[in-house]
Design a protein around this ligand. Sequence first.
Ligand code: ATP
Ligand code: MG
Length: 392
Amino acid sequence: MFKAFLIKYGEIGIKGKNRYLFEDALVKQIRHALKEVEGEFYVHKEQGRIYVDCLSVFDFEETVEALQRVFGIVGICPVVKVDDDGFDSLASNVIDYMSQVHPDNNQTFKVNARRARKNYPMTSMELNCDLGERILEAFDGMKVDVHKPEILLNVEIREKIYIYSKIIPGPGGMPVGTNGKAMLLLSGGIDSPVAGYMISKRGVKIDAVYFHAPPYTSERAKQKVVDLAKLVSRYSGPINLHVVNFTDIQLYIYDKCPHEELTIIMRRYMMRIAEHFAKETGCLGLITGESIGQVASQTMQSLAATNEVCTLPVFRPVIGFDKQEIVDVSLKIGTYETSILPFEDCCTIFVAKHPVTKPNINIIKRSEVSLEEKIEELMKTAIETTETIWVE
Ligand code: ATP
Ligand code: MG
């Protein structure tokens, strides 16, 4: 029965020029999300509203699910469209609508008519009163409540007439592309896909970098990261994934530095390389899935040591989350099942038995001096041989 959706979006802070940018980005993201849904859709902006008209047969659930992945959408209202064949015909359509969508008659309602087409022969006030009366006549238990109705029945007069009353919640946030771009350090774990999702929710477009260490990490482990990027891209839009071969750098650090410092030094080189790609591609920050105290490399001291090599801001959206809270988000967004597949990631292979938990930045820097001879060249090679995968 539904033939269109009215898209509701938050309007705080989107005045003036920003409003157009926000709406245009939202329209673009809606079109992108609907590409994978079967059916023909026409997404358009009209008088400060966004509509999705369904031009062919479509799957309602699938369409709603796709729209629920578009950041910036606060509510999705399924719309019944009827022809304008005079008031009596409209009234009977409205009664049909009420009996199908709100079969429970013991509710309060209010009609909210709106004339987008000004040549319609009745004013919105007249429509409100006359349609309200017809509903009262048709259903016994229905009562009008103009202040806090349980059902707000919207009737919009356009070329056709739009009837809607349900609001399905959207994901909130801001449309991707309205807040610049950032580089996500994406591993095969649970946390970093969630981190990418959270920053993307604020309108930030994301690219990603993954460090792999063949033959210590397998093709399957890499494929898992590509799969995770694909799952995140359902929300964030396409992701350019940089796959860096990190093996020689890791082996070199392993060879030259105290083993208890391996993870920290390795993480510092990851950040340096990620920042290189971030700057090259216009990213304004880095994103990681770190959470205070989760592992040795995420104590306050370790985070400070990792952070110290970066000049771009590092965004850590799950920093204050417990593991279970991160897991809950990953279940919600559908990355959990993939994240827990048991493929090694490059950090687990080179971990020391007793890693430092309170690294001293000066000591770490001193250890890095022993890498001076070859590290620049190894970083250059790693950057030059990076494979870029377009994920969507
Ligand atoms: P995750 O669940 O994201 O793997 P984690 O709890 O396993 O996180 P660490 O392995 O310590 O934590 O990594 C901390 C963060 O560093 C990750 O969230 C991710 O952003 C980044 N990171 C770690 N390993 C890699 C890698 N191989 N490639 C890219 N980023 C990585
Ligand atoms: Mg990890």
